[in-house]
Write a protein that binds this ligand. Structure first.
Ligand code: GLN
Length: 380
């Protein structure tokens, strides 16, 4: 077997979670909360299963959920979306895979930003895309004019973007977003934007969707995820928002990938998206407190903590520890010797990896974070 996928290693998240289980470690690697998620939303899903929402829902998604997504984004992000411009997928990863299958032809160039979420590059390559990588470097991880000018060519067909950004925790600012929009409109590229962390932004930040950028309403695809909004990462209910011309093509990929998504979960998410704004603010505030708890604890242990403006993640730079270990070896040592799992950021690079940064997930209870910090105490 000699395909793009045959040569792939197992994803770093699965590998680190397995190591964490083997060593009975505190798992701050793979990004998932240790809270079970909002009770009322879970009850809605249970009721929906019990009361008959179990057959195929419409291919584009349950009308209740499509309406709820459009309303939610109007209220939270000022977007003017008709429900016909919303499609429900089985998670954001299906939405990304579908967008690539639907929108590029073999040989088309695709601009990506590294560090990149590990599913992006194999999916681009499997769809026949030719990757053009923009490199972001710590501690600023900024998108620059020069870097974009180098990546975009007359063959650029699509840009796969992620904001807020995993694994860096960056929320790109207006200047960077507008720069990216200018490059997309100039080259005629479609901007596919993974915005699954849109609600998880800190210190008073407000998420800005690519759909609101100048010239992007007709040429951008916004992707969201209920799993991230409600902290129930196994639910795999994604949303795709795009203008009708793009949506027509995107729906053709979706109909032959998963066709639909469990109707009970769709009903529960439709209910959840209408929750009181205070619930979303409290969720964000709770995660911000957890971020600060872990950041302060790690700094006290001598780690150099990089800023995290959004997502479940914060990074530490190993360089000041003079550890002389690359991130991967350091993470192995951490899980095997200290019983704490983290993710090496080099796993998010396709070439010239940054090897001195590791990622911790802070979407955990205080007790879990404190246990991890205790295990690391006195070690470095
Ligand atoms: N999004 C999660 C993370 O970044 C991982 C998802 C997965 O394990 N595939 O940790």
């Amino acid at each position: 077997m000699n395909s793009v996928f045959a040569a792939l290693p197992t994803t770093v998240f699965e590998t680190m979670s397995r190591l964490a289980r083997d060593h009975d470690a505190v798992n701050l690697g793979q990004g998932f909360p240790d809270d079970p998620g909002p009770l009322d939303v879970r009850e809605k899903a249970a009721e929906a299963v019990l009361h008959g929402w179990n057959q195929y829902p419409p291919m584009m998604g349950a009308p209740e959920l499509r309406r709820a997504v459009a309303t939610h984004y109007r209220d939270w992000q000022g977007l003017d979306l008709d429900e016909s411009e919303v499609m429900i997928t089985s998670g954001a990863t299906e939405a990304i895979a579908g967008a690539l299958l639907a929108l590029i032809e073999p040989g088309d160039e695709v601009v990506l930003f590294q560090p990149l979420y590990d599913a992006y590059l194999p999916l681009v390559q499997r769809a026949g895309g030719v990757p053009r990588l923009v490199r972001l470097v710590p501690p600023a991880w900024r998108i620059t004019d020069d870097a974009l000018a180098e990546a975009f060519t007359p063959r650029t067909r699509l840009v796969l973007f992620n904001n807020p950004h995993n694994p860096t925790g960056r929320v790109f600012d207006a200047e960077e977003l507008e720069l990216l929009a200018r490059f997309c409109t100039r080259s005629g590229a479609v901007l596919v934007s993974d915005e699954v962390w849109e609600h998880v932004v800190f210190d008073g930040r407000v998420h800005r969707s690519v759909l609101s950028l100048p010239g992007m309403r007709e040429r951008a695809v916004k992707i969201g995820s209920a799993g991230k909004i409600f902290g129930m990462t196994g639910w795999k209910v994604g949303f795709v928002c795009a203008a009708p011309e793009l949506m027509r093509v995107l729906s053709k990929a979706h109909q032959f990938l998963t066709f639909t998504t469990p109707p009970s979960l769709q009903q529960a998410v439709a209910y959840g998206l209408g929750k009181d704004p205070g619930w979303f603010d409290a969720m964000r505030a709770g995660l911000q407190r957890s971020r600060d708890r872990l950041a302060v604890g790690l700094a006290e242990l001598g780690f150099s903590v990089l800023p995290s403006a959004g997502t479940y993640f914060l990074n530490v730079d190993l360089a000041p520890l003079d550890a002389r270990l690359r991130d991967e070896a350091f993470c192995r040592l951490l899980v095997e010797r200290h019983g704490v799992a983290a993710i090496p950021v080099s796993a998010f690079y396709a070439e010239q990896p940054v090897e001195s940064v590791i990622r911790f997930c802070f979407a955990k209870t205080d007790a879990t974070l404190d246990r991890a910090l205790e295990r690391l105490a006195g070690s470095f």
